[in-house]
Design a protein around this ligand. Structure first.
Ligand SMILES: [Zn+2]
Length: 447
């Protein structure tokens, strides 16, 4: 893909500017139509991305090109207003140190050190070229100008690019569904999801097919995956939750070593004792470790990365109250001992860890899992868009999909309580839009 600006004089083409992607697959320049914008969209998930600008000019006295650009509406993100990790800065405006121009092939550039906005290259055989590194904030826009000069330094021709708007892109390698669980092909389509991200200048490219997972990966509870069980492929809650005699000893801050987790007769008679609380805590931590391990094994065995996956349920203790196994109580009779999970207080071996079923899971590596219980069209669209928004700062192939700040604590919006990342109250059967602050964050701004 390339963007082209042709300049016609007296009916014949005399000069032209061609903008090419540095990336050999050429997917970094998209049509502005995708966001109902003029010109082209330039994809800047990688803030170091550069574009090759070539200018052809047939004027015999043309000697060099002075390259510069304008910011239409003068509204590009200030360096101080945008994401800045110290090494990665998305905003460039008013940053005296920001570099925009880089040498392309043999077209040596000369720069005035006091002004990084401009650079000059020589014309050779009616052509010159340079590389342009724009800012990385969604919505920033540029018009590149090539001032063609003669040997006296007089501008004899100005060639301008079309409007170039910075976007970032979400692209998933695959869409999967567990066997027996509905495919998300329709719900995860661009037609359904792109609208959430238009204002954030994010292009969502939907997977075109849904791949059904093999039986061994198609289990009821993803986070109870047992890679060594060739029959059911899944741990049963009654097995994994059973207290064990000695698993493993825990050393308390006072130096005492406490064996876990099975209660002694003495402890059963005194549920409020510290040793019962310690065992409850140890049991909880063992369950959470297992959940994490099961999930990681499942991701590794499926070879899942950068994908959307339609699952049955996440884990029995995360709101799936129709399962008889859930009633198995491993901590009789001390069921009232409180345990804290993710800031949420519940009781050991009793009921569900979360009253509401988990709506969706961002599992890192650009993976969004959507459970089957979400059925309403609008709810399902919201859950998918919410999880996809989480994946944007996941790391895939060693690099964040796109650089941005967290929306809020836990990458939700607890401080705002509106928008798609933490809607309060949750509006069922209603499309929920990203809030202004969430859109700002997704574009690459600070809050
Ligand atoms: Zn979330």
């Amino acid at each position: 893909m390339f963007a082209r600006m042709e300049d016609e004089e007296e009916g014949e083409m005399k000069s032209k500017m061609i903008i090419k992607s540095d990336d050999p697959i050429g997917q970094d320049i998209l049509s502005g139509n995708l966001l109902n914008l003029e010109g082209s969209l330039i994809v800047m998930n990688n803030p170091e991305n550069k574009f090759i600008i070539e200018v052809y000019c047939d004027k015999a006295n043309a000697v060099e090109i002075e390259w510069t650009f304008t910011d239409p509406n003068n509204d590009n993100a200030l360096m101080t207003a945008a994401y800045n990790s110290g090494t990665i800065k998305l905003g460039k405006k008013d940053d005296a140190l920001a570099e925009y121009w880089y040498q392309h092939q043999t077209y040596v550039i000369t720069k005035d050190e006091s002004n990084t906005l401009k650079a000059t290259t020589k014309i050779n055989n009616y052509m010159s070229a340079i590389q342009f590194n724009p800012s990385g904030v969604g919505g920033d826009d540029f018009i590149i100008e090539a001032n063609v000069k003669d040997s006296e330094g007089k501008i004899i021709k100005i060639v301008k690019s079309q409007l170039l708007t910075v976007v970032r892109k979400m692209q998933f390698d695959d869409l999967y569904n567990m066997r027996g669980v509905r495919s998300l092909l329709q719900y995860a389509s661009s037609a359904n999801i792109q609208k959430y991200f238009n204002e954030a200048f994010i292009i969502y490219e939907a997977p075109s097919t849904s791949i059904e997972l093999e039986d061994r990966f198609s289990i009821k509870y993803l986070a109870q995956y047992d890679r060594n069980n060739t029959l059911t492929h899944e741990y049963r809650w009654t097995e994994i939750a059973a207290p064990v005699d000695y698993n493993p000893p825990i050393r308390k801050s006072n130096g005492n070593i406490v064996a876990t987790e099975k209660l002694t007769e003495e402890e059963k008679a005194n549920c409020n004792s510290q040793s019962v609380k310690d065992k409850a805590d140890s049991w909880k931590n063992r369950m959470l470790r297992l959940i994490k391990e099961c999930q990681e094994n499942w991701i590794n065995d499926v070879k899942l990365e950068n994908s959307i996956v339609s699952i049955d349920s996440y884990h029995i203790m995360y709101g799936n109250d129709d399962d008889p196994d859930m009633d198995y109580n491993p901590f009789l009779p001390c069921t009232g001992v409180p345990i804290t999970i993710g800031g949420f207080t519940t009781y050991v071996g009793f009921g569900l860890w979360y009253i509401e079923p988990v709506g969706g899971m961002n599992m890192g590596n650009g993976i969004a899992a959507i459970p089957a219980w979400v059925e309403d069209d609008a709810d399902l669209s919201n859950v998918i868009a919410h999880e996809l928004a989480h994946t944007t700062n996941d790391v895939v192939n060693g690099r964040p999909i796109m650089y941005r700040y967290d929306f809020g604590p836990g990458d939700h919006s607890q401080t705002v309580r509106e928008g798609l990342m933490e809607p309060m109250p949750y509006k069922h059967s209603d499309i929920i839009k990203l809030s202004d602050i969430e859109i700002k964050i997704l574009k690459g701004y600070k809050k």
